[in-house]
Design a protein around this ligand. Structure first.
Ligand SMILES: [Zn+2]
Length: 472
């Protein structure tokens, strides 16, 4: 099966140029520039032999986007994320994301790290519509766990593990030091949820005691200082462990960002930082309505306008590595209502896997805050590098998987829940005006989404055995 994508504008991390793509057996075979270095055939020249021709005039042709922070089918004990690997990856495909790396939920207390590896294969294998991999999860630490990590990396291609600095299964500093040493020696990446557990627990308990249980107390219970302290501590421990490779997920605040900047300025390498569309586009005024505010209950919370502005300037300046989603949807009508009388009982998380790429284009590129090259870097290439799946994913280059997005920059529309494919009954971006539309998405050369419809195979996704992270 060969496909010729004709007359589009190809966007890579380095440049934007008119050109054609030839695809064969699921991979990009040739890039044929038009214009002054023309290699693409003109109207009267013989055409390349292809089984399928896709007209891309007036469209940007981008690499398929890579989302390395999702929580499909997440089981938090009292609630389960409403998107499983099936609905969640259909939503991903329709939004131009052709590969995800999902963060595993915690297993039962004391379980071996292999337990969740097996559980996640059971949840995802044969059910994903885009290519998928997993980050391992750390929930307690002993010699058995530490020695399992390199073996899981070798046997499963799971080369990153997540540590939480808050919640019941948080790692203390000594445990973090041990796992960071193991990670450095074995070339593994430690992803970390950075919030100070003492600060968060203190305020949650105190607000509940004082009857301050409306949604607006959620951001106050997880202040930016909690994030900044944990980011600082993680980076310090990583440095003390001989520059162990670490990745800060969902950075949300200006204070947290300052810690990232400080470490970069001090010359620390082997670390990366991710933010998410919700921290770039939403703000804490959403929590003022006690009912609607439940929709945006997530950790960390969305913050003030100045935090948003700081994160945008960091993206413009190239100070962050990736934009992922933390896609973790619960229904508003039922699941989120657990928090109606007490925000601390609301399942944390929101949908976003389908909205990410087009919102980054619309709010970033169309509004002049990001170049097309930066869009590709943050949404495609850097996530692939961090996850150890580059250059199979995240790049338009001969030999790479033919994961591609055709984006029409001229189209304007309004985002509503009804257009989305996940199972959540809401989007945080309801009524959002959008510039640009994702018109076609290819996964390994096959069209999996077109004009807002999923056209792929429900089980068309392949498991990604990942290599070493670029940060390791
Ligand atoms: Zn998460």
């Amino acid at each position: 099966m060969t496909t010729w994508i004709r007359g589009g504008t190809i966007v890579t991390e380095q440049e934007t140029f008119p050109g054609d793509l030839l695809i064969g057996d699921g991979r990009i075979r040739q890039i044929l520039p038009r214009g002054k270095d023309a290699q693409a055939p003109s109207a009267d020249a013989p055409t390349p032999v292809a089984d399928e021709i896709i007209e891309a005039a007036g469209r940007y042709v981008l690499p398929g986007a890579v989302d390395i922070h999702t929580h499909m089918d997440l089981d938090v004990g009292f609630a389960r994320a409403i998107d499983d690997f099936s609905s969640g990856t259909v939503a991903a495909a329709c939004g131009g994301t052709t590969a995800i790396v999902d963060h595993m939920a915690f297993g039962p207390a004391g379980c071996s790290p292999w337990r969740q590896v097996e559980e996640y294969h059971r949840l995802a294998d044969g059910k994903a519509a885009v290519d998928y991999g997993f980050h391992g999860v750390l929930q307690h630490l002993n010699e058995e766990v530490l020695s399992a990590l390199p073996r899981i990396a070798d046997q499963e291609g799971i080369t990153s593990f997540k540590a939480y600095l808050t919640y019941d299964f948080r790692l203390d500093d000594l445990s973090l030091m041990r796992v960071l040493q193991t990670a450095r020696e074995a070339g593994l990446l430690i992803a970390a949820h950075c919030e100070n557990h003492g600060i968060v627990t203190y305020w949650r308990e105190r607000f509940v005691q004082e009857g301050k249980t409306q949604a607006r107390f959620h951001p106050a219970s997880r202040p930016p200082e909690a994030e900044a302290e944990a980011v600082h501590r993680l980076l310090s421990l990583a440095r003390a462990a001989g520059e162990a490779p670490v990745y800060i997920v969902h950075l949300s605040s200006r204070l947290g960002l300052e810690e990232v900047r400080r470490a970069r300025a001090a010359g620390q390498r082997h670390f990366g930082a991710e933010t998410c569309p919700q921290y770039l586009l939403l703000d804490e005024s959403l929590y003022e309505d006690p009912r609607e505010g439940l929709k945006a209950i997530m950790s960390p919370p969305v913050r003030r306008k100045e935090d948003r502005d700081a994160l945008w300037s960091a993206l413009t300046a190239g100070e962050l590595d990736t934009v992922a989603t933390d896609h973790c949807p619960f229904t508003f009508a039922e699941q989120k209502q657990r928090g109606a009388a007490d925000f601390t009982r609301c399942p944390n998380g929101a949908p976003g896997v389908e909205e990410r790429l087009i919102l980054l284009y619309s709010e970033g590129v169309a509004k002049g805050r990001l170049s097309l090259q930066q869009l590709v870097a943050y949404a495609c290439a850097n996530p692939a590098r961090v996850a150890g799946i580059y250059p199979q994913k995240g790049v338009i280059a001969p030999g790479a998987d033919a994961d591609l997005v055709l984006l029409n920059p001229e189209k304007t529309w309004t985002l509503t829940t009804a257009q989305l494919h996940g199972k959540a009954d809401y989007t945080c971006y309801e009524g959002w005006p959008v510039q640009g539309a994702i018109e076609r998405v290819l996964l390994r050369g096959k069209t999996v989404a077109q004009d807002g419809r999923f056209t792929g195979k429900a089980d068309g996704g392949q498991y990604l055995r990942r290599g070493r992270s670029s940060l390791a």
